[in-house]
Write a protein that binds this ligand. Structure first.
Ligand code: KG4
Ligand code: ZN
Length: 341
């Protein structure tokens, strides 16, 4: 079997397309939107308009680079959710029309499942079963992965996602969106022990990230009463301390999940998995815990269509297709399986 699949990702602020043939990703075309930079977050209406502008050139480039005609495709895949309604609709409508015109099957993909399966684009792959910490702008979850399409959510955030905590913290510090990469950058020159931000620890494997940004806000308010230039004077140190607290919260729950399941094969996925302090901290922790941690390549951490293509490949070989009138769902539930572990 040689399925050639076109995959489209448009859930948030990246318009992306990728071609996969026989399980091998041939390319990964991503158009990132910069219009949101000065708004402190993604503006949904602007995002949909950018997707509409970008989708034809992005898909065209993916097909051309793979030297594949639309008529050579065996299926077309798209991100069904979660994400922004208008943004999802652009990718889904485009995919639907290609499927209809070519009489080929349509495959819907869950965005977070795709982040996890990005680990199968390049070798070495994680060995099943493994635990995946999926950390993005909209999600923070610990997933037990038994097989390509067999997964269970062990824990997740009850409020903000960790990426959101990075971005909101950055906004409080006066940095542009997305602030996660900037906090990472400034922290490299800062003292992570400058402030001791309190970490929130819920019972079980769930996370909570809404309290820490309030701690940051109040801390800065107090300090700025004494020194109006406090942020400028200590930006690197504040970033490093804030980042340290966020990463600590992730590692506490990851360690707990590993101990509870006895699984030492781990992976991280999603935009925040680019974070260098997290990667260094995980390397350190791995020595102590005897973990084998898998890190995706940077281009597969943030939103991309290669991960959607990879997921679509496994869905294709498992005959998981969609009807032509399938709807997108901004709050699409994670496709969980009943797993007794
Ligand atoms: O997976 P992703 O590209 O989109 C979503 O599905 O949300 O993740 C985007 C998130 C943003 O919150 C961004 O600030 C964060 O990933 N991010 C980072 C870094 N690079 C991206 N957070 C911390 N450190 C980074 N280096
Ligand atoms: Zn994502």
């Amino acid at each position: 079997m040689h399925p050639a699949i076109l995959a489209i990702e448009s859930s948030c602020d990246e318009t992306a397309a990728s071609i996969i043939v026989d399980g091998k990703v041939l390319n990964n075309i991503v158009a990132t939107q910069f219009v949101h930079k000065n708004y402190g977050g993604v503006v949904p209406e602007l995002a949909s308009r950018e997707h509409q502008k970008n989708i034809v050139p992005v898909v065209d480039e993916a097909l051309k680079k793979a030297a594949i005609n639309i008529s050579d495709l065996d299926a077309v895949a798209f991100t069904q959710g979660p994400g922004l309604l208008g943004s999802l609709l652009v990718g889904a409508s485009f995919a639907r029309s290609i499927a209809m015109v070519n009489s080929i099957p349509l495959i819907s993909v869950h965005h977070m499942q795709a982040h996890i399966l990005s680990h199968f684009i390049d070798k070495p792959h994680p060995v099943f079963p493994f635990l995946c910490l999926t950390i993005s702008g909209g999600h923070t979850q610990i997933i037990l992965v038994i097989d390509y399409l067999k997964m269970k959510v062990l824990g997740e955030t009850r409020d903000d996602a960790v990426g959101e905590a990075f971005d909101k913290g950055a906004k409080i510090l006066g940095l542009p969106y997305p602030g996660g990469p900037l906090i990472d950058k400034y922290s490299k020159k800062g003292d992570e022990n400058f402030v001791d931000f309190p970490v929130t620890e819920l019972a079980g494997l769930d996370f909570s990230f809404s309290g820490i940004k309030t701690s940051l806000l109040y801390y800065l308010r107090d300090q700025q009463k004494k020194n109006r230039n406090f942020i400028n004077d200590h930006l690197n140190d504040i970033c490093a301390s804030y980042q340290k607290a966020l990463v600590k919260m992730l590692l506490i729950k990851l360690e707990q999940a590993s101990k509870e399941t006895g699984i030492k094969e781990l992976a991280i996925a999603g935009g925040v998995s680019v974070n260098s302090f997290l990667r260094n901290s995980l390397d350190e922790k791995s020595k102590e815990m005897n973990w084998n941690v898998h890190y995706p390549k940077f281009e597969y951490c943030t939103d991309n269509a290669a991960m959607v293509a990879m997921t679509a490949h496994y869905k294709y070989i498992n005959n998981q297709f969609e009807k032509a009138d399938v709807k997108v769902d901004p709050r699409l539930k994670f496709p969980e399986n009943e797993i007794n572990f």
